[in-house]
Design a protein around this ligand. Sequence first.
Ligand SMILES: NC(=O)c1ccc[n+]([C@@H]2O[C@H](COP(=O)([O-])OP(=O)(O)OC[C@H]3O[C@@H](n4cnc5c(N)ncnc54)[C@H](OP(=O)(O)O)[C@@H]3O)[C@@H](O)[C@H]2O)c1
Length: 333
Amino acid sequence: MRIALLGYGTVGTAFHRLVNEKKNLLKEKYGIVPQLVAICDRSGCMVNEEGISYETAYKAKTESGRVCSEGSVMRPMDVIRGLSLDLMVETTTANFKTGEPSLSHIFESMKRGIHVITTNKAPLALHMPALLEEASLNGVEFLYSGTVGGGTPFISFGDKVLRGNSLKGIKGILNGTTNYMLSRVIDSGLQMSEALSEAQRLGIAEADPTLDLNGFDSAAKLVILMNHLLNKRVTISDIKISGIKEDLPKYAGDQTVKLIASSFPEPKVSMEVVKRGSPMDVGGTYNVLEFSVEELDKIYVTGRGAGGQETAASIIRDIVELKEKLMQKSYQI
Ligand SMILES: NC(=O)c1ccc[n+]([C@@H]2O[C@H](COP(=O)([O-])OP(=O)(O)OC[C@H]3O[C@@H](n4cnc5c(N)ncnc54)[C@H](OP(=O)(O)O)[C@@H]3O)[C@@H](O)[C@H]2O)c1
């Protein structure tokens, strides 16, 4: 499997290390022989048709801050257009204004018949219906399990466990940073600004936490889940979004407040009062998703949000899934 890896930061490097560590398992158990023939960052691309070792690329990146040698003119689009590739793995920085450069990388790959795996929420939040259509038009697979629930596989659960059942709606806590902050404000009496400083000190919140606090990160994940699990062709502009604020809704002693993303009655992200001890009352950085299934009672899946390592692991899962999908296609009659 000839792979181009676009983006060589936290997730990209963790993926390269992991795919290297797991190469025997991937070959013996799944018949996959991954070969990274190109790796790109902002500075350009390292290309080797024989495959790039983790040691070579990681050494170059840590020593010089760039994967390519100085003066390299190769850019991600040149790699997509010029190399023979089976798969493009996209892990570049999220840009919620335009979705670029990821959006163009994905569209161009699909047009050229290259399968795509991305961990970048931005292009999906802005244009998921169009991306799904483009993948289908070109007969390529498009996988993105690292964009939501990388640490707790909500998408796989919906896909695999609920096969043949009718999913009516979803709602949940999709952002660990704000969940941690709300828990600290309500349970320990911290001011919102103190909870944020603490979360930043502990590495739970980023230096710029805007997208977490204003509910945009949760809304982007809701868009992806609604398109994938409910077949609702929505984008972020269809979601009513309000984030966490200093003045919380009124709640009694046996209640608490959570930032909830919900597909019904209208798609929205907002602070809601929930009963203490209920399945939605997950603490710390935990996420939870409630599946309302026609044939069953409500089902809850809960676990931690993802970091770089978990997100890299989700790319490996998507590679295995890709192989299975391609095998199924070739056996179709
Ligand atoms: N980290 C996580 O825990 C996590 C979890 C879930 C999803 N994600 C998503 O996964 C993606 C990667 O996250 P990350 O944490 O790995 O980010 P990161 O450490 O900032 O790495 C981003 C990489 O993208 C490269 N890049 C940016 N613009 C580019 C361009 N125009 N052309 C080529 N390369 C470009 C950067 O190049 P330089 O190295 O040259 O700057 C860098 O290597 C993001 O979209 C993020 O939202 C991350």
